[in-house]
Design a protein around this ligand. Structure first.
Ligand SMILES: [Mg+2]
Length: 102
């Protein structure tokens, strides 16, 4: 198998812009999550004074909008919602383990 293979970018304008927006919003969400980890979710941005929880809520809302738009434009494979539910169940199970370990 060749190490180098041909790949071409998404050429559908709408799909490309949906994916661009998802990339942008993912980055913004990652940035505020990092700030919440570094400073505390109950603290505020030292420059703007905006509470970290408010910035986090804003970026979660933006991310949810980007995912909703993607799901309007791109049909995801069957089983995606089932995976979401399995993942959430796993998070709940893990939370129980963490609470028991405290
Ligand atoms: Mg945003």
């Amino acid at each position: 198998m060749a190490d180098i293979t041909l790949w071409l970018p998404e050429n559908d304008l709408i799909r490309r812009q949906v994916l661009n927006k998802l990339t942008e919003e993912s980055g913004e969400l990652l940035q505020i999550v990092g700030r919440c980890l570094a400073q505390g979710i109950d603290k505020a941005d030292p420059k703007s004074g905006k509470p970290n929880i408010d910035a986090l809520a804003d970026e979660i809302a933006d991310m949810m909008a980007a995912v909703a738009w993607l799901r309007e434009v791109i049909t995801l494979p069957p089983g995606t919602d089932a995976r979401t539910n399995r993942k959430l169940s796993g998070f709940h199970e893990w939370q129980g383990l963490l609470e028991a370990a405290q």
